[in-house]
Design a protein around this ligand. Structure first.
Ligand code: ATP
Ligand code: MG
Length: 247
């Protein structure tokens, strides 16, 4: 049992979710290590959403509302931590969830599919019955992407994604929004928009701003998008870390 008074209760709760997901066959072994890397960067940013990241999440909401065919790409870590929020966003915007795993096994795909089915997601892509094409210049089991999903979409949301895949998608000319606590990772560096925040804090805010901006005109949304520069966003994120350690 986790003690609510523990000073690191929130963090322990997330670890517990990660361990459970691993036991349930949703998360690969390496997913647990990826979570640890995330925790480290979360410590560095102060385990809170910075003002800079709030702005980035607002811009992401504008991207979602302006896109024609967005897709939410999910893996084991995202499913372990925020499956409910992913399902909520998918239903609000009527957009698909696509299962994309670095270590793809039929069993893990089936387990993750079950999670989103139970949560009422209508369109789940990347399942074992889906038709796939390979991402150019990417080998192995992480290469295939659903023909209906990522390959046809104009906006791809890739939380906690591996850098090789992010680079390959970028080279396909896709608009990419990533969520990555590490502003230095290749995923963070190659995305169109990088939300440097913990996925568990970023998702509820993203949902909130999608709701808030729903009635905005396309012009207003485009203005928000055009005013954003991901290089400045990443520089601000690194500066936010440095400012916490200035002696
Ligand atoms: P890259 O492949 O992009 O260069 P990497 O190899 O360090 O980076 P991966 O292990 O491929 O990273 O992917 C995991 C990424 O997800 C890490 O950058 C980690 O910081 C981030 N991450 C892990 N947990 C979370 C979380 N809860 N919220 C946001 N980001 C997270
Ligand atoms: Mg990687």
């Amino acid at each position: 049992m986790l003690n609510k008074d523990h000073p690191r209760y929130e963090s322990l709760l997330l670890r517990h979710k990660i361990v459970e997901a691993h036991k349930n066959g949703i998360l690969a072994d390496s997913g647990m290590i990826a979570h640890g890397r995330g925790e480290t960067y979360d410590y560095l940013i102060g385990e809170k959403t910075t003002d800079n990241s709030i702005n980035t999440i607002k811009v992401s909401a504008a991207y979602f509302l302006n896109a024609k065919r967005p897709v939410l790409s999910v893996n084991g870590n995202t499913t372990a931590l925020v499956a409910e929020d992913i399902a909520k966003l998918s239903k609000m915007l009527d957009i698909p969830v696509e299962i994309n795993l670095y270590y793809r096994t039929d069993e893990r795909v089936k387990r993750i599919e079950e999670v989103y089915k139970k949560l009422g997601v209508k369109e789940i892509l990347g399942t074992n019955d889906d038709e796939f094409i390979d991402t150019p210049n990417l080998n192995g089991p992480r290469s295939p992407v659903s023909i209906d999903g990522i390959s046809k979409s104009d906006l791809i949301f890739i939380p906690l994604e591996d850098g090789d895949r992010a680079e390959a998608l970028y080279n396909l000319g896709k608009t990419i929004i990533s969520v990555d606590l590490n502003p230095l990772s290749r995923t963070a560096q190659t995305s169109t928009v990088t939300i440097v925040d913990n996925i568990v804090r970023a998702m509820p805010l993203l949902i909130k701003y999608v709701e808030e901006f729903e009635d905005y005109s396309s012009d207003e949304l485009t203005k928000m998008i055009n005013n954003f520069d991901n290089k400045v966003n990443l520089d601000n994120s690194i500066r936010d870390i440095l400012n916490r350690f200035e002696l």
